[in-house]
Design a protein around this ligand. Structure first.
Ligand SMILES: [Zn+2]
Length: 144
C-alpha cells in the first residue's frame, strides 16, 4: 500500500484506515455466503465421503482464532475461521472436508486421515495452512 505524498500523519492514518476497510469489504464480497458454503459442503460430502457426512449449517466464525475450523457432530454444524477468508477455494474445500470427516470420526486416527485423503489436494492444502500459520506467527509479520 502506498500513501500519497504530502499527507500529515493524521491524514495518513485516516487514509490507511479507509483503504484497509475497502480491501476488507472487497474480500468479503468475494467470499462464499453461508448458503453457498453449505451447498459446497454437501457437494464435497457426496464427492469424497459417499454423502455420509450431512452438514446442517456451515458458517464463518470470528471466534475461531487458533483452529481453521470446528464442528458439532450432534447437530451437524460446521464453523470456519475468518482467518480463511481470502484463501484459495481448494484450501477452503480441504478445511470443509476435514470438518465433514469429523462429523463421522471425532479423532485424528488412521480412519480419519484415510477419509480426508480422498480429497486429492489434502497434502498441499495442509502445507498451505502451515505456511499461513508460520507467516502469522513470524516476527515482522504484517498480519493484524
Ligand atoms: Zn481435525
Amino acid at each position: 500500500m502506498c500513501v500519497p505524498a504530502g499527507f500529515s500523519p493524521a491524514e495518513e492514518r485516516r487514509w490507511i484506515a479507509v483503504m484497509v476497510e475497502r480491501i476488507r469489504t472487497k474480500e468479503q464480497r468475494r467470499q462464499p455466503s453461508d448458503e453457498q458454503l453449505l451447498q459446497r459442503a454437501r457437494d464435497l460430502s457426496r464427492r469424497y465421503l459417499d454423502g455420509r457426512a450431512a452438514p446442517t449449517t456451515v458458517r464463518w466464525s470470528a471466534a475461531q482464532q487458533s483452529r481453521w475450523g470446528s464442528c458439532t457432530p450432534s447437530d451437524g454444524t460446521i464453523r470456519l475461521s475468518e482467518r480463511l477468508r481470502g484463501t484459495p477455494s481448494w484450501v477452503l474445500d480441504y478445511v470443509i472436508v476435514h470438518e465433514l470427516a469429523h462429523l463421522l470420526i471425532g479423532n485424528h486416527g488412521d480412519d480419519f486421515w484415510e477419509l480426508v485423503g480422498r480429497y486429492p489436494r489434502s497434502e498441499r492444502a495442509r502445507g498451505f495452512l502451515d505456511g499461513l500459520d508460520y507467516a502469522a506467527n513470524s516476527p515482522g509479520s504484517t498480519e493484524e
